[in-house]
Design a protein around this ligand. Structure first.
Ligand SMILES: NC(=O)c1ccc[n+]([C@@H]2O[C@H](COP(=O)([O-])OP(=O)(O)OC[C@H]3O[C@@H](n4cnc5c(N)ncnc54)[C@H](OP(=O)(O)O)[C@@H]3O)[C@@H](O)[C@H]2O)c1
Length: 249
């Protein structure tokens, strides 16, 4: 029996766990950080929730649970866990793969303002937006909270913490995927002039980028943070092929 740990929190991680857990003689464990109240849980394999206690804690977990292969399929902005995973895999001498969906690419009609961080996005916003669609997640609202002359439509999965600094505006609770019709309607209804988003990539939340292109809206696009050096694939099928090779079926 081979044991595979998938660091999850993305649709790709869920899809990979569903496929690999049907393979004979392979046990799949998916790990979630536990950020969302009702996470979409994988249908295959077992699930564990919560941090490991840093890089050392993850190494210990890999040893204690006799993990043979580590797949980091976390979100491209979840860099802390990715650096821990890369280091722990070296430490434990086990194969390690990053499954990272490709970033969105700017097309000629797009009016993107690319920034290096959420804070840089907040700093530039007063020069370009008055009514802003903010889609950076509930944990990164604070940098925008001081922008009192801007009205924000914030789309979140779960409510912000009770003591969180929240910008002025309206909160909308929803989980992707979102359709182009939905996004177009939302942007028009709230007279949005600018969207703030991380360059998450993938199709589930891409419709807002399509709608911005169509309506000629500005997009403050937060670039991806640097990832650790690691063997990397861009889709679930490639991750399966890599695993097949490592598990030597
Ligand atoms: N960042 C985003 O924009 C974003 C968007 C959608 C989904 N997510 C998902 O949400 C999770 C947390 O994201 P984050 O940005 O807070 O990550 P992060 O900053 O890289 O990680 C912070 C800490 O959370 C714990 N952690 C993160 N992912 C984990 C996992 N899959 N299993 C167990 N522990 C995990 C680790 O705690 P210890 O040090 O104690 O081990 C890690 O050091 C990730 O799994 C990610 O895929 C993130």
């Amino acid at each position: 029996m081979k044991r595979v740990l998938i660091l999850g929190g993305t649709s790709e991680a869920t899809a990979l766990a569903a496929k690999v857990s049907t393979w004979p003689d392979v046990e799949v464990i998916t790990s979630l950080a536990g950020r969302t109240q009702h996470p979409s849980v994988p249908v295959g394999g077992t699930l564990r929730i919560g941090g490991f206690g840093g890089e050392k804690g993850l190494s210990q977990y890999l040893l204690d649970n006799r993990i043979d292969v580590l797949i980091d399929a976390t979100h491209p902005f979840a860099v802390q866990i990715s650096f821990h995973a890369a280091a722990a895999a070296v430490d434990c001498k086990i194969p390690h793969l990053m499954l990272v969906r490709p970033a969105w690419k700017r097309l000629p009609p797009d009016q993107w303002i690319e920034v290096d961080s959420i804070e840089a996005g907040a700093a530039i916003l007063p020069t370009c937006g008055r009514r802003v669609f903010l889609t950076v997640g509930r944990q990164q609202l604070a940098p925008f909270a001081g922008l009192k002359d801007i009205w924000f439509l914030m789309r979140l999965i779960d409510p912000p913490a009770f003591d969180a600094l929240v910008p002025p505006g309206k909160i909308l609770y929803a989980r992707g995927p979102f359709s182009l019709d939905n996004e177009r309607k939302l942007l028009l209804e709230h007279q949005i002039d600018t969207i703030v988003t991380k360059n998450s990539g993938g199709s589930a939340t891409y419709a807002k980028i399509l709608a911005a292109r169509e309506l000629g809206l500005k997009v403050v696009m937060v670039k991806r943070p640097p990832a650790p050096p690691a063997e990397t694939v861009a889709d679930v099928e490639s991750a399966q092929n890599w695993l097949l090779e490592k598990l030597q079926f």
